[in-house]
Design a protein around this ligand. Sequence first.
Ligand code: FES
Length: 127
Amino acid sequence: MATLQVIDRDGVSHDVECKPGLKVMEVLRELDYGVAAICGGMCSCATCHIYVDDAWKDKLPAPMSDERDLLTELSHYRENSRLSCQSLVGSEDVDVDITQESLQAFLDENPDLRHRLEAEGKWPLKR
Ligand code: FES
C-alpha cells in the first residue's frame, strides 16, 4: 500500500492509503476535497490537474505526449503539473497538491458543498 499525501483546499496535508496500480484521480475523486474528473480519465478536461511535490515527481511514470500537450495549454501549468487521471501510483508514496482550478471544477460539480464553504468563508481560497 502506498500513501498519497494530499494538500486540501485549506492547505492541510492528509495521508490517504492507495493501492498500487490505481490512478491518483481514482483516489482523489472519492475525497470531499478531491477532483471532479469530469471526462472520467479520458485526458480531455484537465479538471484533475494536480501539482506533484518536486521531491516526489519522479515516483510517477513520466507523462505521455497527450497529457503533456493538454497540461502545457493550461494557464496555471507548472513544471510539476500532472493530470491525476494519467498518474499511476506505484509502491512509493507521493505528495500531491490539488490545483485551485481543479478545486473550482470540483465545487462546481458539488454546489451544496460550495455554498456551505462560501457561507463559512472558506471559499474562494485565500492562499
Ligand atoms: S479526468 Fe479529465 S483530464 Fe483527467
